[in-house]
Design a protein around this ligand. Structure first.
Ligand code: ZN
Length: 666
């Protein structure tokens, strides 16, 4: 499982002169990210990062082929033009072709990475063929020349490969999806095939994830169904062999227990045996101490309509020690926070255990994590392993930081934040405020409080998740503004809290509406909880003008006039929400949510959407990887250097030249 960034984030401290956004096209921006702390890693760990990073780059073609069987021929054709075309590169049609190629790189194929719809080219087939004409045939090679017709059909025929992933109920989801996980197999046949496999293993408390690492094929002659397993010697072998080669080097550089963990992964890639994959996952989830960590394999099943086949992805990371210290300090003081919380003492927990969340710095993204990446990961996916051994949940700090940086200067704050002092505070402390609020919400908020005797939980029914998020958010907001935060050294001053409050109120009362379609109300639990907190505080603080609507130049703004009073309101509300939960008071919970959290003022909604979309902010982001270079002296590795490229197309061409190991058809 992975979690993705909320795209409306903004507000961050400007730093350095290098632009954070290195390329933008269509609805996408490409952002560079930095790897703070890499230089300070001990040499063994730098080397380990290097080898794992190499392994992370070797599976890129696998993902292209998994997403659609036409992807590799299309990409290779366009790259050959990109490299060799000597004609006019300033015409509208050439620029459209270039944009199309950038989109194919970004989406790892010809379908949009988020909507799954096939891209519509803004150049003609005639133009493509005329460009191809100008380039000597040998540049393409026999394999690609033979696929020319298929490439044109894939790009230009709307009926060919229309969607990567069709989830419309009633359709045959396999025959109508263009991904390459099944070949000639109907949905009913695939379901029957795997049901039989599961039946043969019924009662096993540790079931393997059948079908996870293979393509299911129907033999056109005999009608027989069989799996082509992704392993050394199986499907995708040329790429997997390279991955294994780098993993072996990583294994040699790693210390126990990681050495054995990597060994188990290599065994799995060699045999394709899913039992070995479980064994690897158990070792991986138990290892919480190794500073360098990684994901590498067939992991996420979102791309298969049946949720069975996994796309290849990779990620290399190490612990962000400063951020981990932050969550450790919060966790160590968990009891203090609980004892001082504004809720009724009867509903405080007598003994609390804080959870310390791991924060990581990512060093390399690969496969389905590149260029678009989640900002957090929770693995492994197998339910029985999660139950028996737990899971690892991490947030990726340098990626959220880069998102924030890229949002700076996009005009968002200038458009929506009225007062200069609020903008400055948000610029300086917005990111720290967000991080701390998340830490308090996750490490303490959800785990705080206790139920009254006789209350089982679950009484709040469909309002339960909104009210639970409200409770955790209020816990975070209340303590963000507590002098204890300064005393613990977590913030330099309460300005951090005031930055966080201003940002929270702006989002909860205004800007989050930009993500809601016209005519719709607020549905999603987190969005409802933010609206609930802000609207309630607005109404309760009205007499003191704590939060105020202002109109200037015909535009609406929301401002906080009194931060300490707002904090007191958060405390009051936390007390009430905890009471509702502890007593299971469904009626009170329902009334709050329905009154404050759901209905959208249509005029405000339209205004927010107009102003937000006029800024032209691309809704999707992805990332450019750093490069790593071994520094050798007398045949020995003495250092690993990190380099930050800034050219998106150059990185894609580099990967296609140096990390492309598969034939065009697999
Ligand atoms: Zn939560």
């Amino acid at each position: 499982m992975s979690f993705s960034a909320i795209m409306l984030a903004s507000c961050a401290a400007p730093q350095g002169d290098e632009p954070w956004i290195v390329d933008r096209f269509d609805d996408v921006k490409v952002i560079r990210y930095e790897v703070p702390g890499f230089e300070r890693l001990p040499l063994e760990e730098k080397e380990l990062v290097y080898y794992l990073a190499q392994a992370a780059k070797c599976g890129r073609d696998i993902l292209f082929d998994q997403n659609c069987p036409a992807n590799l021929p299309v990409r290779r054709t366009l790259e050959t033009l990109y490299e060799n075309y000597a004609g006019d590169r300033t015409t509208a049609e050439w620029l459209a072709l270039e944009k199309y190629l950038k989109k194919v790189w970004f989406a790892n194929g010809i379908h949009h990475h988020y909507s799954n719809d096939k891209f519509v080219p803004e150049f003609t087939e005639q133009y493509l063929l005329s460009v191809i004409e100008t380039i000597p045939e040998e540049k393409f090679g026999d394999e690609l020349n033979a696929l020319r017709g298929e490439v044109c059909t894939a790009i230009f025929d709307p009926a060919a490969y229309p969607t990567r992933l069709n989830q419309r109920a009633g359709d045959d989801l396999l025959l109508t999806s263009s991904s390459n996980y099944y070949r000639g197999v109907s949905q009913a046949e695939a379901e029957k095939f795997y049901a039989a496999m599961a039946a043969a293993d019924a009662g096993n408390p540790e079931p393997a994830s059948y079908g996870l690492n293979s393509q299911l094929v129907k033999d056109p002659l005999s009608g027989r169904l069989y799996e082509r397993t992704w392993k050394v010697g199986g499907m995708y072998s040329p790429a997997i062999e390279r991955i294994v080669g780098w993993l072996e080097k990583a294994q040699a550089a790693a210390a126990e227990p990681q050495k054995s963990t990597i060994g188990a992964l290599i065994e799995y890639y060699r045999t394709g045996d899913l039992k070995k994959f479980d064994e690897y996952n158990i070792r991986w989830v138990k290892d919480t101490l190794s500073n360098v960590d990684f994901v590498n394999g067939f992991i996420e099943d979102y791309g298969d309509p049946l949720g069975r086949k996994a796309s290849w992805e990779a990620n290399v990371n190490f612990m962000d020690s400063a951020a981990c210290r932050r969550t450790a300090v919060i966790s160590e003081n968990a009891q203090w926070f609980e004892d001082h919380s504004p809720v009724n003492p009867a509903y405080r927990k007598k003994q609390v255990r804080g959870v310390s969340a791991k924060v990581i710095t990512v060093a390399m993204l690969g496969g389905d994590c590149y260029p678009a990446t989640p900002i957090g990961i929770n693995l492994p996916n197998a339910d029985w392993i999660r139950k028996e051994y737990g899971s690892k949940s991490v947030t990726i700090d340098n990626i959220t930081y880069a998102y924030d940086m890229a949002a700076h200067g996009n005009g968002f704050n200038e458009e929506f934040v009225l007062r200069a002092d609020d903008r400055e505070r948000m610029d300086r402390y917005g990111k720290l405020a967000d991080d701390l609020h998340t830490d308090l919400h996750e490490c303490l908020g959800h785990g705080s409080g206790q139920l009254a005797p006789g209350v089982a939980g679950g009484e709040l029914k469909s309002y339960g998740s909104t009210l639970e998020e409200t409770r955790a958010d209020l816990f975070g907001l209340y303590y963000l503004g507590d002098p204890k935060m300064v005393e613990l050294g977590l913030v330099p001053s309460l300005d951090v809290a005031w930055a966080g409050y201003a940002k929270y109120v702006l989002n909860g009362m205004m800007t989050q509406l930009a993500r809601i379609e016209p005519g719709k109300n607020v549905e999603e639990a987190h969005m409802r909880n933010r609206k609930l907190i802000c609207e309630w505080s607005y109404e309760r603080g009205k007499a003191d003008n704590v939060i105020e609507w202002k109109v200037e130049g015909g535009k609406r703004y929301v401002v906080v006039n009194d931060f300490p009073k707002l904090r007191a309101l958060f405390g009051e509300m936390l007390r009430e929400i905890q009471r509702i939960k502890s007593e299971g008071d469904y009626e009170a919970g329902r009334a709050l949510v329905e009154r404050y959290a759901v209905a959208v003022d249509p005029a405000l909604h339209a205004e927010v959407r107009d102003r937000y979309y006029a800024l032209g902010i691309e809704p999707y982001g992805g990332f450019l990887n750093p490069d790593y270079e071994l520094v050798e002296r007398d045949g020995k590795v003495v250092d690993v250097k990190i380099v930050y490229p800034t050219d998106y197309a150059a990185q894609m061409m580099d990967y296609s030249r140096n990390y492309s190991f598969l034939p065009l058809k697999n």
